[in-house]
Design a protein around this ligand. Structure first.
Ligand code: FSX
Ligand code: SF4
Ligand code: F3S
Length: 360
């Protein structure tokens, strides 16, 4: 069945992409240069972990972001290091055949498979708002989670309920950890989440045989340990009081800080400014839109209105650097992080070059 799933996807996986993906994940994990070969070794092991991927209440943007063509190397790397036994939106099988695949994998890999959950789980009225193959999402989750080795809740819907949980949450949507209490669970939030964080989590699991360290919301610290605002490329503008007053104004064109047009970066924990999205290396703030806080619980309620500024964040005097030393330290911190990730990408390029040289 893993082959069936993989055959439906772009087969363009190659050594260059493989090393590049491992290097990106190592950089995201904050690992030193010496760990990259160990991760590559773990990723190329013959023992690919079986993965069962369930979909509940969601828009499927999480899978789309992970599998679509902007970064085929990344998608293929993920599909190369795991054995994707069941994934409703990409598997070729349907109906009873698909159900059989699910049960075969659960039986064969009992206690060993990773369960990935995408989407919120409706609990109101005994969960009737989402049914697949005659079972409610609550029943499917309970059944498949019971024999999982670990669970990755992928996306803000699976981690915190997501858009369906916005007030008044008519279906009683919740994240996985509200229903499953006896398994290791990691929350990779974001609407959608960054595939680099999924890859980093899986590679960490393969390399160290355990999930990475998490914060109080079960999010991996390597990805959610810092506020967006603390490593944003527009932070120097914030510190010096240079703000976009409205979208399209001259300050917007100059790339000033988006705080006044609603950026929620000061209250949002994620690595978007460093991990970025797609091969183009962009993220919301880089293309001129504020962060809407999509990695935080209940952001549809707590971060709205999206275009209003967050109250109670101190805005420095316009154009005045109040504390040059403090600001200099912060800017240096951002720069150091950026230099760090580029340095590790450079290591990857050297590894690729070394491999090519030795092959050729
Ligand atoms: Fe939710 Fe994912 Fe947002 Fe969409 O499946 S996190 S609505 S991007 O797709 O679950
Ligand atoms: Fe960046 Fe937003 Fe913070 Fe401004 S408010 S520095 S745009 S994260
Ligand atoms: Fe989401 Fe903000 Fe990143 S909206 S994608 S956490 S910049």
């Amino acid at each position: 069945m893993a082959d069936t799933v993989n055959k439906t996807l772009d087969p363009r996986v190659n050594r260059r992409g493989f090393l590049k993906g491992c290097t990106m994940a190592a950089a995201a994990l904050g690992l030193s240069e010496s760990m990259v070969p160990k991760m590559v070794e773990a990723a190329t092991s013959a023992q690919r972990p079986p993965v069962i991927w369930l979909h509940f209440q969601e828009c499927t943007g999480c899978s789309e972001t992970l599998l679509r063509g902007a970064h085929p190397d990344l998608a293929n790397l993920i599909l190369d290091i795991i054995s994707l036994d069941y994934h409703e939106t990409v598997m070729a099988a349907a109906g009873y055949q698909a159900e059989q695949a699910l049960h075969d994998s659960m039986e064969k890999n009992a206690g060993k498979y990773i369960l990935v959950v995408e989407g919120g789980i409706p609990t109101a009225e005994n969960g009737i708002h989402c049914k697949i193959a005659g079972k409610t999402a609550m029943e499917s989750l309970e059944e498949v989670a019971s024999n999982a080795a670990a669970i990755i809740a992928y996306g803000t819907c699976a981690t915190f309920g997501g858009v369906q949980a916005a007030k008044p949450n008519p279906t009683g949507s919740v994240g996985v950890d509200k229903l499953v209490h006896d398994k290791p669970i990691i929350n990779i939030s974001g609407c959608p989440p960054n595939p680099v964080n999924f890859l980093g989590t899986v590679l960490h699991y393969l390399t160290f045989q355990r999930l990475p360290a998490v914060d109080s919301l079960k999010r991996p610290k390597f990805a959610y340990g810092r506020r967006i605002h603390d490593h944003c490329e527009r932070r120097a503008h914030f510190d010096e009081g240079r703000f976009v007053e409205q979208f399209g104004d001259e300050y917007h064109k100059l790339g000033y800080c988006l705080y006044k047009v609603g950026c929620k970066g000061p209250e949002t924990f994620a690595n978007c400014p460093v991990a970025r999205f797609n091969e183009a290396g962009v993220w919301p703030v880089a293309v001129g839109h504020g962060c809407i806080g999509c990695t935080e619980p209940n952001f549809w309620d707590t971060m709205t209105p999206f275009y209003d500024r967050i109250p109670n964040v101190k805005i420095p005097g316009s154009g005045i650097v109040e504390d040059a030393d403090r600001i200099g330290t912060k800017v240096l911190g951002v720069t150091a992080a950026a230099v760090g990730i580029h340095a590790v990408v450079g290591i990857g390029k050297r590894l690729i070059k070394g491999k090519s040289d030795s092959e050729g």
